[in-house]
Design a protein around this ligand. Structure first.
Ligand code: GAP
Length: 513
């Protein structure tokens, strides 16, 4: 755990030191769970968004994108169920006065049991070596089975209590498990209460005429209310999808873990409209498609797992998370939800407008069912950043900090470095930048010794450094250094574009899907 904490602290301080993420309004001591993306962070974030958009919208003939407003008619949130049901169960500690999500306290308790299972597996792996069969071990070892049974029973009871709004039982569970305030150790808890997560605001100039509005807690509703507009104007045939990326806001009870849980964040969502009765197939299909998207980035298959929901959101008949191994353990990165006709059906009821599709094959109209894929852009950013940050021991007893970002997502693709600031080298380097900048985001750096410049570029994840030296003046060649291998090669200036393109081209990466 201490190791994990250390690693996570390193990620947060690296993000600040190298211009990825700053606390919001830091000169006023920041604002809890609100962050600003800095010069490198915004490039990385844009690249993740584009990687998603390309895969989800532009490579699918039957998916189109929109950009709906953050403000929506307040009745939309009544229809969506968010006014009545978008709650988290909160609990206060009477001694420390700290507030927690009751379900998260229980889940953290279960995570500790899961960590014990991992420990048993690691021990056995060491003992049996090559002959170790993990699957067989976890399905037969009595101690592991006991841990699993306990964890399952706790999660089942939590899901049932939340489903039935039995908050007294959630409190009873916390007391029976003797869960203590993680910061102070006190077990003196209040009752569990529901807390609505939507932020309210007002539209209008005078207090009397102002209309109560909400900041959207998910981007999905902007898609649902535009379903028919898009279907008609785009002549879309079912099955088809509508995607969008944009800000969402939630008044999270416990906003911790840096950009993992924020109060203002960004989602990338896609609603896929389908024939009722086909939702199971599409749900499975989208689970696999989305996992393949993640795997295409090469961040390690072992870092992902599915987690099927026991407690379903108010709109879903099936739901799973794609969890990622963050520095603080496996946590939700993306959700795939079978939302039935809940949203469109309710918008029909509340608006009085028909939101139906005429199916020419069936010769009838119906309210389509929906399978949704929903990923937090900031969470994806954290997954990429934390997975890429590495401390490497080098042969000469030194070490380097390197951000091994998937090259397609790297904020800067190449840095051009004149060996010295004289003899015409800066001019040649600038000419290279002027040429490459039309194709890639490139950097020019002439300050400090070239070794230090390499380290600076390693730390922001730049896949290539291009060094211009005195030989360049004679034969138009430069040294190109690869971030991950640190290998250096002499190449012609006119080959640079192709070499970089090969590694950073979205096509190459997405073709792995
Ligand atoms: N439209 C469905 C929906 O919003 P969700 O599971 O509540 O479902 C989807 O959210 C994704 O949005 C999550 O998997 C997560 O990546 C991201 N997300 C949710 N709340 C967040 C928060 N407070 N901060 C950062 N990301 C968040």
């Amino acid at each position: 755990m201490a190791n994990q904490d250390e690693q996570f602290k390193k990620v947060i301080s690296h993000a600040k030191e190298y211009g990825f993420v700053f606390p919001s309004s830091e000169i006023y001591d920041g604002l809890s769970a609100v962050y600003d993306y800095a010069q490198n962070g915004v490039e990385l974030k844009n690249n993740i968004r584009q990687y998603w958009w390309k895969a989800m919208v532009q490579l699918h003939e039957n998916i189109v994108g929109i950009d709906a407003a953050i403000f929506m008619h307040p009745t939309a949130w009544k229809a969506s169920g968010h006014v009545d049901a978008f709650n988290d169960p909160l609990i206060d500690n009477k001694d420390s006065k700290k507030r927690y999500r009751a379900d998260v306290l229980v889940e953290d308790y279960v995570a500790k049991i899961e960590a014990k299972i991992e420990k048993e597996v690691a021990k056995a792996e060491k003992r049996f070596g090559e002959a170790f069969d993990k699957e067989q071990f976890v399905s037969t070892n009595p101690r592991v089975l006991e841990y699993k049974a306990t964890a399952d029973a706790i999660l089942k009871r939590l899901a049932r209590s939340l489903e039935n709004e039995n908050l007294a039982d959630v409190k009873a569970l916390i007391e029976e498990l003797e869960i203590a305030d993680p910061e102070t150790g006190s077990k003196n808890w209040t009752d569990v209460k529901q807390f609505n997560l939507m932020f309210g605001t007002k539209l209008g100039a005078s207090a009397e005429s102002a209309m109560d509005l909400y900041l959207r807690p998910e981007t999905a509703q902007g898609i649902f209310v535009n379903f028919l507009n898009v279907q008609k104007t785009g002549r879309m045939k079912i099955p088809f999808g509508i995607a969008q990326t944009g800000k969402a806001f939630r008044n999270e009870i416990v906003a911790r873990q840096f950009i993992f849980r924020m109060r203002e964040f960004e989602q990338m969502e896609m609603q896929f409209f389908i024939k009722p009765g086909t939702q199971k197939e599409w749900y499975e299909e989208w689970k696999q498609t989305r996992l393949k998207w993640h795997l295409s980035l090469g961040m390690g298959a072992d870092n992902y797992r599915f987690h099927d929901h026991e407690k379903l959101a108010h709109y879903a008949d099936a739901a799973a998370d794609i969890e990622f191994k963050f520095p603080f353990g496996f946590k939700e990165l993306e959700g795939i939800h079978s939302r039935t006709d809940f949203d469109l059906g309710n918008h029909e009821k509340f608006s009085g407008r028909k939101l139906q599709y005429f199916d020419p094959e069936e010769n009838k109209s119906y309210v389509p069912y929906v399978v949704e894929t929903s990923i937090g852009l900031d969470r994806m950013f954290l997954a990429v950043l934390s997975n890429s940050l590495q401390e490497e021991e080098l042969e000469n007893n030194t070490s380097r900090t390197v951000l091994k970002l998937p090259a397609v997502l790297a904020p800067v693709k190449a840095a051009v470095l004149p060996l010295v600031k004289k003899d015409g080298l800066p001019e040649v380097a600038r000419n290279i930048v002027d040429d490459l900048k039309w194709s890639f985001n490139v950097d020019y750096d002439e300050k400090d010794a070239v070794g230090r410049r390499y380290r600076r570029q390693d730390a922001v994840g730049t896949p290539f450094c291009i060094t211009v030296d005195h030989d360049t003046l004679k034969d138009d060649t430069v040294t190109i250094r690869h971030r991950d291998t640190m290998e250096q090669k002499r190449v012609k200036i006119n080959e640079l574009k192709d070499i970089i393109q090969q590694e950073v081209d979205m096509r190459t990466w997405l073709m792995k899907m």
